[in-house]
Design a protein around this ligand. Sequence first.
Ligand SMILES: [Zn+2]
Length: 115
Amino acid sequence: MTITEKYIQLILSYIDDDIETELINGLISYKFRCPFCTMYVQSDESRQKKCASLAPIKDSFDYKFVCRRSWSSDCRSRGGGRSFYNFLAMYNPALFNQYKKELNLTRGRNSGGNF
Ligand SMILES: [Zn+2]
């Protein structure tokens, strides 16, 4: 499991207790109710719609966040979605700081020891 995958699991447990998964190109994509715009939706039926997803980006270990409803300025997609990095920074800054730290640690280990 990559660090990104680990944090995706963490953030999903904050977002919703009912996450749908879908296999795309052999990678798991996660669908859930958008944490940014579901509160603006009036009807219960639409509110249950899993309009947002975290989908793997082809040929990378990264994911992108896309909300098909795009009702709030935070989930409106420009250029086909937001990176998981930015999504986490917006949604949960505390967890984002941990994520950044962990990414830096790994980078340090892999850089071949310049110290
Ligand atoms: Zn949304």
